[in-house]
Every structure is written in C-alpha cells, then in structure tokens.
Design a protein around this ligand. Structure first.
Ligand code: SF4
Length: 490
C-alpha cells in the first residue's frame, strides 16, 4: 500500500491489570510512553511519507511536467538508483477498516486487462529511464498483489526484467505485500523464485471476534504457515503488520495477539493505529461505532505494544515500526542512513521512485506525481500513449529544505543544524525563528531539546514525532482549513 493507506488488522476473558493512566514506561525499544502527554498532545496529523504531503498535489502538474523532471535527471547524468513501485489494486473481499485505493472484485478477468495496460506503462517508463541507473528497490503494493496468479506474476516479472536493469538479489530490496489468505506455502516459495526477497504480511489481529468485526477472517494457523514457508524459502526479511484500535479489540486480546506475533519471530513488526474516518473511507461505515475501543483503551494498547515488543528485543524505529536490532532498518538507523518514502521506512536513501499502476505515487528529482485513480481514466490515457499522471507537485527550495529536515526527524529523531546550513543557504535560527518559538513549548514539555548544533527529539517525544514535524510543515494551515484528512498522531 502507498501513502495514506493502512495495511490489511481481539478476546477479553482473562482480566488484566492495566498500567496506571500516568505511568511512564521506558521501553527497551527506545521510546518513552507518557500517557498524560500523549493524551494532552495527540491530535490529527500527517504520517509524512512525503513532504509536502499528497493532499498538496495539484492538477497543474501533469504528464509533461513529469517528462520534464525525467529530462532534468538525464541532464544531471541520472546517477541515482531507481526504486520501482507497482500497484495491484484488486482484492477478493473488503476489509472494513481499509483506507487503501483498491477495487474489490471476484472477476479475475479484470486483472488480465489491467496487466496488459500496466505492462504498457512499464514499457513507457523504461523507455524514459533507458540507460540510466539500475533498480535497487522494487515494491509490490495494493490492494492485494497476490490477487495475481503465479503465471501472471511470472509474466509481469519477466516484463520488468526486460524493461529495467536490476541490482543482484543480495544488493537489492525486492518486497511484496502478501495477504496470507491468498497464498499457500508453495506460492511463497514461488514468490521467492520470482525474485522477491522481502515479504510483508497483513495480520492485523489474530482474534476471531475482531476478524469478524472487520470482515477479514484469517485463521491463525494459515498465517503462521506462511511465515514458516517464507523462512524456509529464504526471504531475507519477514515483516508483520498489526493494527490497534480496531472494533472488538481489547487489551487482553491485543496482549494475546502480541504474544503470538513475538513467538512467530518476524524481523519487523508494524503496529498501525486504526484511524476511524468513515467520512473519508466508505468501508469504515460498516464498522459498528459501539464496538470501537475508547481513546483511553487505545492508548493503553499502544503502551502494551511498546512494552511487549521492547521486552522481546525489538527496536523502536519510529512511526509504528519495530525491528530486530540486527535487521537492516535498525542498522541503517544507527548509521544515519534510514529513509522514509511512500512505503514507509527504507534503507535505500537516494533513489528516484518510478511508480506504475492506478493511483501510484512516484518521486522523481524534485517532483512528486500521482497516477489517475480510476481504471477507465488509466486505460484511456495509456491508449493515447500518455503516462497516466493526474497530479503532482514540484518542490521549491523551501520545500526541499523542509523535506530534508522532516526526513531527518522522522528517521533519526535529530537534525544537525550545521549540516542543514551547509546543504541549504540559510541561517537556521533566522530562517526557522517562528518554528523555534513554537518548539519552546515542546521543549518545556520535554519532547525536544534545542542546542546550537542539534535539534533532537527526546525519548518522550518519539511517540509524538508527527507533532514535532508538523511545526515545520508550511502547508498544514491550508490543509486544516480544508477539513479533517489525517489520522490521530497516537
Ligand atoms: S486486503 Fe484489500 S480491502 Fe483488505 S486491507 Fe488490504 S487492500 Fe484493503
């Protein structure tokens, strides 16, 4: 899934002892849970998979602007490696919490037509990038990428290899989002043979009652069998997605799910906060409001996740993500190389992101571009031999500066002021005087420290990292005037 999407995610019988409301926990994972602060400061805000955020993209940026951006890369030698994102929008059934751009259908022939057009788009993009750098990163998201059959995936991967040069398996990060309900152990081995070396599994919650409430029935033994198969097949990294705050979820059910996940021993775990925004996402209107856990319970669930995963030895990477200390993400963070893009955290920093498929978002040079969102428009534009770009954004100097700063905060929790002043023609204290004034309150609350050389987010501030980044977001006031679009920061 990309951008504002949430990946594909309780049983209370044994009474548990919740932590006192103001309890402060220092997790081994590297984030401090302070219930009072989170309650007081938690508000809606962007997830900063990009800056400016996708809601700022405009229709004044189109196909020709995209061509211009690629031409600019070529002029500069096209030295950056490429990252490819492919969007497969189809799903068999709808999960009620879903905020992804997907098409729910059982008519498999829809995928046949889509693949023909997707291959056409890939060929057009490959022609544009011909002779430039190789692909170091590939990500299949959706929807459900494994909606495609083995034969369709074989055909698509062969087409990709004919179109682009790929870094060898050991140097590249080739990942796919997998809905465990759609694959057998055999299929997992096939995916590895097809070239994928990272797999991320949508689990959300193991509790049958929660699964019923969100219309995603996924037997535990099936998910565990897929994890086991992924290890046997030689996937370098297995990641599990969970969601907290779902209907019927309780602290007790969450604890049981976490215990099972820890026992399954994945390399990475993402624990997303379910953002209930039925005014924006139609499937969410099928969720019973009465089944939703209270804000206080959700906060305690977050605390439980941090404590449990920290105790199991996972490092808190930031924004819902945990990884084993020897996982590439944790190593990249320690070495200051961590990056954030539309798929979340990544170890490959300086890539140009070429996105193919309906609604897919790319990032080439100093631009963002998003494809049209409906199949009809997608097919129509490709029939006219045009890349199906619907909107985008060209970043100016101020945007690039703020993007760089927000990236550092999201990935490293600190910014070197001299390094930023070296990269951009500014005096930090003057340029960001209004922002620094606003940060003083956060400093008083213990979320950040501001020194002459470093702006750092404290352990307490890490769970409120979005609040800190929002101080530097020049477009936020405009976004707010347009109504609620973002999820809660915790
Ligand atoms: S499987 Fe489809 S409907 Fe369910 S969460 Fe994923 S994209 Fe959404």
């Amino acid at each position: 899934m990309q951008a504002a999407a949430f990946p594909a995610m309780a049983r209370p019988i044994i009474p548990i002892q919740p932590a006192p409301a103001t309890h402060t926990v220092q997790a081994a994972a590297g984030a401090e849970f302070d219930a009072e602060l989170l309650r007081r400061l938690g508000k809606s805000g962007p997830r900063y998979t990009s800056y400016p955020t996708a809601d700022r993209f405009g229709t004044d940026f189109g196909y020709r602007d995209y061509l211009h951006a690629v031409a600019g890369l070529r002029t500069r030698g096209g030295a950056r490696p490429l990252s490819l994102y492919l969007h497969i929008p189809f799903c068999d059934t709808v999960c009620y919490y879903c905020a992804c751009n997907k098409i729910v259908t059982k008519k498999r022939d829809k995928a046949v037509t889509y693949l023909a057009y997707l291959k056409r788009e890939i060929a057009m993009q490959a022609a544009l990038f011909a002779g430039m750098n190789e692909v170091e990163q590939l990500h299949f998201g959706g929807g459900t990428p494994t909606y495609l059959s083995d034969a369709q995936m074989d055909d698509l991967m062969a087409h990709l290899r004919r179109s682009f040069r790929f870094a060898p398996d050991e140097a590249g990060e080739y990942s796919i989002e997998v809905d465990p309900r759609t694959v057998s152990a055999e299929r997992v081995h096939t995916l590895r043979r097809q070239g994928f070396n990272r797999i991320s599994l949508g689990v959300q919650d193991f509790d049958p009652e929660v699964q019923r409430a969100v219309n995603r029935i996924q037997p535990e033994h099936e998910t565990l069998a897929v994890i086991e198969a992924a290890r046997a097949a030689g996937f370098r990294s297995v990641s599990i997605d969970l969601i907290y705050g779902l209907p019927k979820q309780t602290l007790d059910s969450m604890r049981q799910t976490l215990d099972k996940v820890v026992a399954a021993n994945p390399d990475r775990i993402a624990v997303y906060h379910y953002a209930h925004m039925p005014h924006l996402f139609k499937p969410q209107r099928r969720i019973e409001e009465a089944d939703m856990p209270s804000s206080d319970t959700k906060l305690r669930m977050l605390q439980l996740c941090i404590e449990r995963l920290g105790a199991a030895g996972y490092v808190y990477i930031g924004m819902d993500h945990f990884a084993k200390p020897d996982d590439d993400l944790a190593v990249a963070q320690r070495q200051g190389r961590l990056h954030r893009n539309f798929q979340g955290y990544s170890t490959h920093a300086d890539t140009d992101l070429v996105a193919c498929g309906v609604s897919a978002i790319g990032a080439v040079g100093a631009t963002y571009s998003q494809n049209v969102k409906t199949l009809d428009e997608y097919y129509e534009l490709l029939d006219q031999n045009e890349l199906p770009v619907a909107r985008g954004f060209r970043l100016g100097m101020d945007d690039l500066l703020r993007r760089s700063l927000i990236q550092k905060l999201m990935c490293q929790f600190e910014v070197s002021i001299p390094a930023l002043e070296q990269a951009f023609p500014i005096v930090f204290a003057d340029y960001f005087a209004p922002e620094l004034a606003r940060l003083r309150q956060m400093q008083d609350d213990g979320l950040v420290t501001i020194g002459p050389d470093w702006l750092s987010v404290t352990m307490k501030g890490r769970l409120l990292i979005r609040n800190v980044c929002m101080v530097f977001d020049r477009y936020l006031a405009m976004a707010r005037a347009e109504g609620p679009r973002h999820s809660q920061t915790v």
